[in-house]
Design a binder for this molecule. Structure first.
Ligand SMILES: *Cc1c(COP(=O)(O)O)cnc(C)c1O
Length: 364
């Protein structure tokens, strides 16, 4: 099949077409190099320029101040669930606060509990993880080592509209599924991590942003590969990085800067796309039931139910026949999930919204 589908996969997810075209065009021979990105040394000047450009793009997109470092690591966001508490929590007798708004936050919590004292600051389980907490619900422990939250819960489809207030306690964020989808005030954060395969590239690389004062707290007795200082000192080239994944992240971030025009523009487009689907839900007179409460609705993963599981299965099947793929919700939530990251074109979302309307008229 040569036609591209509209791919609503939660991750690895759709990538910008111009990026894929460039990868394809240059796959056999990078211009001026005569060899593939898959074949060159990570110590080559070419790759050094690629990884430096990827970092520069991320810095430009986020207006990142000098005292934040950008790392390209492996092990996925899942390794960060462990590496963060191994680094900051294990050697202290203080505790870390975790805000749990869905499945990934629970995973992060479980790993942190292996490393030290952890307090659950807030847990949305009672409402089946359909919202994020208001700041007033968070009684931050001012002596906590850090506060961890998941900016966008990919499975439940709930997203923080703004960072939780921590009163000076370093904020640690798993931003895997909304990284570079909107501008953020970086000064609010101590540490950000994001697996690339949702919104910024292929699987295999995790982007980490670490503030200088936190970097200085990194203990020396960790395994070298788990030491953020080592990776910072070596510009993420201590060992062989995932060369191809970093290359694609460089292209995706360049696309964000040059074709989209930056994160303000990207955010506006993401808001418009999400609005089309939430309007289709809200217009449906209860046929579609959104999972997330309105104030916590994700712009990246839109989740909803239908009146019966049979109709949900039929929705997924008929949508697929219409060229709208990967809409089945995660088994823990059920229903439908449309992942509409940066690279999902407006046209795909419009098709889905029209399909939703037509499906409802056939089946309501
Ligand atoms: C996908 C995802 C993860 C897990 O990422 P891996 O790279 O597979 O380890 C963690 N957190 C969030 C929010 C995710 O969406």
């Amino acid at each position: 099949m040569r036609e591209r589908i509209f791919n609503f996969s939660p991750g690895p997810a759709t990538l910008p077409l111009p990026v894929l075209e460039e990868v394809q065009r240059d796959l056999l021979a990078l211009p001026g190099v005569g060899a593939s990105i898959l074949e060159i040394s990570h110590r080559s000047k070419t790759f050094e320029e690629i990884i430096q450009q990827a970092e520069a793009n991320i810095r430009a997109l986020l207006s990142l101040p000098e005292h934040y470092h950008v790392l390209f690591l492996q092990g996925g966001a899942s390794l960060q669930f462990s590496q963060v508490p191994m680094t900051f929590l294990r050697a202290t007798n203080r505790s870390a606060d975790y805000i749990i708004t869905g499945s990934w936050g629970k995973r992060a919590l479980a790993e942190a509990q292996r490393e030290g004292n952890v307090r659950v600051l807030w847990d949305g389980k009672g409402d089946n993880y359909n919202r994020v907490p208001a700041s007033a619900e968070l009684a931050i422990d001012s002596s906590a080592v850090y506060v961890h939250f998941t900016s966008n819960e990919t499975i439940q489809g709930v997203q923080f509209p703004a960072e939780p207030e921590t009163g000076g306690v370093p904020l640690v964020c798993d931003a895997s599924s909304d990284f570079l989808s909107r501008p953020i005030d970086v000064s609010r954060y101590g540490f950000i991590y994001a697996g690339a395969q949702k919104n910024v590239g292929p699987a295999g690389v995790t982007v980490v942003i670490i503030r200088q004062d936190l970097l200085e707290q990194v203990p020396d007795d960790l395994p070298t590969m788990l030491n953020y200082k080592v990776h910072t000192e070596h510009g993420s080239l201590y060992n062989t990085p995932p060369v191809f994944a970093v290359y694609v992240v460089m292209l995706v971030t360049r696309w964000l800067l040059e074709s989209i025009g930056g994160l303000e523009q990207m955010h506006a487009m993401n808001r418009q796309k999400a609005q089309l689907l939430y309007e289709a839900i809200d217009r449906s007179e209860g046929f579609y039931r959104g999972h997330a409460q309105p104030g916590s609705r994700s712009l990246m993963n839109v989740t909803w139910r239908l009146p019966t599981e049979e109709l949900e299965a039929q929705f997924v099947k008929e949508a697929k026949d219409a060229g709208l793929h990967e809409l089945k919700g995660h088994r823990s939530v059920g229903g439908i999930r449309a992942s509409i990251y940066n690279a999902m074109p407006m046209e795909g979302v419009r098709s889905l919204a029209e399909f939703m309307e037509a499906f409802r008229q056939r089946h309501a």
